[in-house]
Design a protein around this ligand. Structure first.
Ligand SMILES: Cc1cc2nc3c(=O)[nH]c(=O)nc-3n(C[C@H](O)[C@H](O)[C@H](O)COP(=O)(O)OP(=O)(O)OC[C@H]3O[C@@H](n4cnc5c(N)ncnc54)[C@H](O)[C@@H]3O)c2cc1C
Length: 453
């Protein structure tokens, strides 16, 4: 255990130590397979608490981990200081400039709730419970990603505490600004973000679900359909065997299904016309495509909203030919030795375009991302082997990985995996900035970028 008792600063928020009341609740998160076990948790109430915690950790040479919701925990802290941001819930919307200033503890759902009364929407992802800061630090693939690009490209300012204990406000043009966005907390602790909001009041979309005999035709139909779509349309397909439990409605319970999620930033009439080829695939178990207010768009992906254990990898693909789709089906389908929640998101469109701010999100030429999610099982060998098999099957088309869609700690978060998120030049740029701003690697409980030698 590290010595964290000497000269503790006075914090506005609470502090917790192992064995004290509230510690276990404070370190618990959405990911239940791994948990931070720091020697000290600072329940930061505002930026000054974060600044004081970082300064204290630096003075005592203690690693700093950051915990918001726990959706993206990658390296679980074992000792050191954990900064818990959940109390940092400042949130202001300025309809005049179409921006929001968002504290580090805000989740996507709260930001949507604050934006929609003004006829505005953020570039959130598929789940309401994901933290806004963590999402943007990994790039942020939104439900309308093909229309607007990475959410990180729409950040106007970053408020960040660096390892020297300074609170800085970064804007485009500062070398740290773009580097922070995409490098997942390696360069400091974000205390707030200023984000662009978009004038979107309604979205056409929802889900189409196909039963077992139509899973292969649905994947093939979706694959062909995505090859000629406007940027206004973003979609994904998920292939999975539904749990055989009463909570799942009877026609779907225990069945291997294909579900297509659609989000279109245009009129319902155009949306109906664009999705017509999907309906021609065959009868749907479920077909709920419709125009909906932005506040209801979380129903488009229906991510699980309860904490659970998961590990996941992904492959960014330059293209999705029939061979690649078949290889994916063969390695992830019901015959797989461990259950896999498998799927593709359609990328391309505005995601290809790089903004001027040097945001550290690469592989922008990817047209699809294949995602494979599993539950941790036994000693992990079967899961690990399955992931290797899937990765190998997709390797002819793989150009890298997207770091927001890697889940799991330990060897799920090694240097090799982190490097696959970046072009070599970007990784070198980030490692050089890390050497300049965090030479002691204080911020190492993350997908770590090692300071350049
Ligand atoms: C159900 C689900 C749905 C998702 N959907 C999408 C999606 O549609 N698109 C997408 O792009 N991603 C998606 N993600 C991935 C998600 O964006 C990442 O896992 C992200 O890291 C989660 O951030 P968090 O703050 O919620 O989680 P946390 O686990 O609390 O944080 C993850 C990591 O981010 C860093 N971090 C968080 N806050 C700060 C901060 N203030 N300062 C510095 N570092 C910080 C830390 O390294 C921390 O370990 C999804 C994840 C899940 C589990």
């Amino acid at each position: 255990m590290t010595n964290t008792s000497s000269a503790l600063p006075t914090f506005t928020g609470p502090v917790f130590r192992p064995g004290t009341a509230g510690y276990d609740d404070e370190v618990a998160g959405f990911q239940t397979a791994y948990t931070h076990r720091p020697d000290l948790v600072v329940g930061a109430a505002h930026a000054e608490d974060v600044r004081a915690a970082v300064e204290y950790a630096a003075r005592h040479d203690l690693p700093v981990a950051v915990h918001s919701t726990g959706h993206g925990l990658s390296v679980a802290a074992d000792g050191g200081v954990l900064i818990s941001t959940r109390r940092m819930t400042d949130l202001g919307v300025d309809p005049g400039t179409r921006t929001a200033r968002v504290g580090a503890g805000i989740r996507a759902g709260a930001l949507i709730d604050a934006a929609v009364p003004h006829g505005l929407a953020p570039l959130n992802g598929s789940s309401l419970s994901v933290g806004v800061a963590g999402y943007h630090l990994g790039g942020g693939v939104g439900i309308l990603a093909r229309t607007f690009g990475y959410a990180a490209d729409h950040v106007r300012a970053v408020e960040l505490v660096t390892a020297d204990g300074r609170l800085r406000r970064l804007v485009p043009g500062d070398p740290l600004f773009g580097a922070v966005l995409g490098s997942g907390g390696n360069l400091g602790v974000v205390t707030a973000l200023e984000l662009e909001l978009l004038p979107i009041a309604t979205v056409y979309g929802g889900q189409l679900t196909f039963d077992t005999p139509l899973v292969e035709p649905a994947l093939e139909g979706w694959r062909l359909w995505t090859q000629d779509l406007p940027e206004e349309l973003t979609s994904a397909i998920t292939l999975m065997t539904m749990p055989d439990v009463p909570a799942i409605p009877e026609p779907m319970r225990g069945r291997y299904l294909a579900t297509i999620a659609v989000a279109y930033a245009g009129s319902a009439e155009d949306g109906e016309r664009l999705v017509a080829p999907l309906r021609e695939i065959g009868p749907r178990l479920h077909d709920e495509l419709r125009s909906m207010p932005y506040a209801q768009t979380h129903g488009i992906h229906r991510d699980p909203d309860f904490p659970h254990a998961y590990t996941a990898s992904n492959a960014l693909l330059s293209e999705l030919p029939a061979d690649a789709a078949q290889a994916f089906l063969d390695t992830t389908g019901p015959g797989a030795t461990v259950p896999v929640v498998a799927g593709f998101r359609h990328l391309g469109g505005a995601l290809r375009r790089r903004g001027p701010a040097g945001v550290a999100v690469d592989h922008r030429e990817a047209e699809y991302v294949a995602r494979f999610i599993t539950m941790p099982e036994g000693d992990g060998t079967a899961v690990r082997d399955r992931h290797e098999l899937i990765g190998k099957a997709l390797s002819p088309w793989t150009i890298g990985r997207h770091l927001n869609f890697l889940y799991g700690a330990g060897d799920w978060a090694g240097e090799e995996q982190t490097r696959t998120g970046y072009d070599p030049g970007t990784y070198e740029r980030l490692a050089a900035l890390k050497a300049q701003h965090d030479p002691a690697n204080l911020f190492r409980h993350n997908r770590n970028i090692h300071p350049a030698a």
